[in-house]
Design a protein around this ligand. Sequence first.
Ligand code: NAD
Length: 247
Amino acid sequence: MGAFDGKIAVVTGAARGIGQAIALKLASGGADVAVCDLQVEWLDETVKAVEALGRKALPLAVDVGNGEAVNACIDAVIKAFGRIDIMINNAGITKDTLLIRMSEEQWDDVLRVNLKGVFLFSRAVAKPMMRQRSGAIVNIASIVGLIGGAGQCNYSASKAGVIALTKSTAKELASRGVRANAVAPGFIKSKMTDALPEEVRSNYLGLIPMARFGETEDIAKAVAFLASDEASYITGQVLSVNGGMVM
Ligand code: NAD
């Protein structure tokens, strides 16, 4: 028996990287998964991998910063599966530059996807989850949401916002049986971090006591725990997964 047998999960930003790893981890535990990303074709690889695990995958194109699209996405999931047990807010972007060079557009774009997107999906799943009197929301924050990051005023502010949003959501929904937690990854190997200059990457490595970058599966395992009934008395928490980089 899998931890997620009979459960329905929604994962945003599931085309690649951490989101794809989370979708596969939940499917391997028995969940059927609605996988969301900007374009439906980008989700082909994830859909095939979920189906190869014997589970159903529902690919949906959605821009997480667009409220109408988010509501339509959740309606489509309810129509297809009848319920939502697990919501994973993973989609995120970076537009790094120093504060003095940061444009309003760079600020707005990152806050729109990383913070507003989590708000919109949390709002959309709250009603069906409250009605069911059960549900688990897991939001992907970041280590820089806890300690800040030079060149990342927009990104770190968005992730600190995700942490506060998670805690407020947890307080509002706890009495209805719905939990909300965050995972704060450190430096994880993905397309997002592949784009960083070599010097930045080696500087980060020197700060990690475990002396390796994280794998997407390291995050997926922590997310699966918080989404599972094993974490039934855990809400409003931030679980750091960073090889000891910040303690
Ligand atoms: P990634 O760039 O590989 O994947 C992000 C996914 O989100 C992509 O598939 C992308 O198409 C999708 N996406 C972007 N904007 C979207 C939008 N508006 N609507 C829907 N989907 C959208 O990145 P990743 O490294 O896998 O990161 C996943 C999450 O983990 C992000 O929230 C990121 O901030 C967070 N994170 C990553 C690291 C790391 O080291 N990689 C560290 C801390 C936090």
